[in-house]
Design a protein around this ligand. Structure first.
Ligand SMILES: *Cc1c(COP(=O)(O)O)cnc(C)c1O
Ligand code: SF4
Length: 525
């Protein structure tokens, strides 16, 4: 076997590199004995080991010396042919025949430029956007304080009923659990006359003491602005889109059943403010029956979303029944359950519920769609809940809302998406906060700010951790910026979202695409 014959000649990058090294003039200083010994040890390693890294290291060091005028090849007792031999060896060893010159003068600098795009994020993420996992010690301290103040037993804390029974729904209770200034308490007292507040003790424990505008508190404790932002409330979209009892339908093949108006925690930015939370209702089997009848009669319906409120508020028996009913409809091919409970009251997800989901998923795919808006909502407890949910279902998806002060910066949004992803959940949608409810206009973020944030994720975090950016206006409308710039001659000009660089992309030839006969369908001659 003759290996050298199969190795292609050195490429231009390597030839240039070697000629730069051989042509180097003596410069500012000559290497001392220690430096010479070091280089000769490196050379021995590069020559004797069957590895690429020592070869790259040797070339890198030589290049640095020659650029800084601190030694030539001769100074180190090396010759151009020594280097050529090593370069050939590098190409032989490397599975993809990458050359020394390619790796050292092209690939490594390119990787270095790419690295610089994430430096700021890596330096800031745990400080600016800590997750509930990183804040776990503080959260457990908060838990102890809240548990003893509310006189909750450990069993109470760990049960959904205990969480709901002890939910924080008055300013006076909140004031006992969290140290808040007088004017803030007054504002909350004013707003809770018109808007309901309810935090589970668990969710309350995620609030960081002493942090003004803590992202958990912003989402769960209403402020006076909700009243001050008076304006005309645009009627819920449902008014135009509810063809049957409990049903919302925007699209021909997907619809939602609003199966309850209850949630474990009431969000300050809730789109369904008008329906949700004013008063807890349970619905009759008759109401569900009418919704199911509508689905049964509409053979186009393929995908059914059970939402609310929060689908996991429904008792297990009802959820089991509803899923069995849906699975028994031939044309219904898949389901989704919308729930925020894994972050607001994860103890709700008991083994019985997991069994129900697993059984339904075995019949037809079921997805769990959740809402996580800040990394601080993800704790070891909710992460473990998501892990179990994702192992029993088709997938768990996240629909976040872009909210001022909560996730409206690159660092916060990247951190959210990465933490969600690391918790067995896929970022699915990022909603621009709706214009429909003036009560929370103070949370709204301009469309362009969201576009910049979403664009900044391309190339910098895993593709399946990047959500689609959406405005809801009688259906979900994608807001992403186009990266197709223009047509230039035969090429299409594309823009790389992470650097703004142009890439020329030759499109498919329309003439070739227009041919009817191709592949196995060629006309015989
Ligand atoms: C969000 C939503 C859907 C689902 O939309 P997808 O794009 O399939 O996630 C369906 N119906 C209604 C009424 C919705 O609000
Ligand atoms: S969980 Fe959803 S439905 Fe319930 S209050 Fe929050 S946003 Fe509204």
């Amino acid at each position: 076997m003759n290996i050298t014959e199969s190795v292609p000649p050195l490429d231009s990058y390597t030839e240039e590199l070697i000629s730069e090294l051989t042509g180097a003039q003596s410069g500012v200083s000559a290497p001392d004995q220690a430096e010479k010994d070091e280089m000769s040890a490196l050379y021995k390693k590069a020559e004797s080991l069957n590895l690429t890294a020592p070869i790259i290291e040797l070339f890198e060091r030589l290049l640095a010396c020659c650029k800084e005028g601190k030694g030539t090849l001769q100074d180190f007792g090396l010759s151009g042919s020594d280097l050529e031999k090593l370069a050939v060896k590098h190409q032989e060893i490397d599975e993809h025949m990458v050359s020394v010159g390619g790796r050292l003068t092209r690939a490594l600098p390119i990787a270095c430029i790419a690295n610089s795009r994430v430096e700021e994020y890596l330096a800031q993420k745990d400080e600016i956007a800590p997750s509930g996992i990183e804040r776990w010690e503080q959260i457990q301290e908060n838990k102890k304080r809240i548990q003893s103040e509310l006189k909750m037993s450990e069993d109470d804390w760990n049960s959904f009923q205990g969480q709901i029974r002890n939910a924080v729904d008055s300013v006076s209770t909140l004031a006992r659990l969290i140290d808040l200034p007088e004017n803030v308490l007054e504002s909350i007292a004013r707003v809770t006359k018109s808007y309901r507040m309810r935090l589970t003790p668990y969710y309350t424990s995620l609030i960081m003491p002493g942090v003004i505008n803590d992202p958990i508190m912003l989402q769960s404790v209403p402020t006076g602005e909700m009243i001050d932002n008076s304006g005309i409330e645009i009627p819920p979209v449902a008014a135009d889109h509810s063809p049957a009892r409990l049903i919302d339908q925007f699209y021909p093949r997907v619809l939602t059943i609003k199966a309850t108006n209850m949630c474990a925690m009431y969000c300050t930015h809730c789109l369904r403010l008008a329906h949700i939370g004013r008063k807890d209702h349970t619905y009759s089997k008759e109401a569900y029956g009418e919704a199911l009848d509508y689905i049964r009669k509409n053979k186009r319906i393929r995908d059914v979303l059970v939402t609310g409120g929060d689908a996991f508020v429904l008792p297990n028996t009802l959820l089991r029944w509803l899923l069995e009913e849906l699975d028994s409809i031939d044309h219904v091919k898949m389901k989704r359950l919308g729930t925020r409970i894994p972050v607001t009251a994860p103890m709700r997800v008991d083994s019985e519920l997991l069994d129900i989901l697993e059984a339904s998923n075995a019949r037809k795919p079921i997805r769990v769609v959740t809402q996580i808006n800040t990394a601080q909502e993800i704790t070891p407890v909710s992460q473990d809940t998501f892990r179990q949910l994702s192992s029993k279902t088709f997938t768990v998806l996240n629909q976040a809302v872009l909210l001022k002060g909560i996730n409206d910066s690159r660092v916060k949004m990247w951190k959210l998406c990465e933490t969600v992803h690391e918790s067995y959940v896929r970022p699915y949608y990022l909603f621009n906060c709706s214009y429909r409810n003036p009560q929370f206009s103070h949370f709204r973020v301009p469309l362009e700010v969201g576009r910049d944030i979403v664009e900044s994720m391309y190339g910098n975090i895993s593709g399946d951790a990047i959500p689609r950016y959406i405005a809801t206006a009688g259906g979900k409308i994608p807001l992403h910026r186009s990266n197709v710039v223009e047509k230039r001659g035969e090429d299409v000009v594309l823009k790389k979202p992470w650097s703004g660089e142009e890439a020329l992309y030759p499109d498919a030839d329309p003439e070739v695409y227009g041919r009817d006969l191709f592949a196995f369908n060629m006309q015989e001659k």
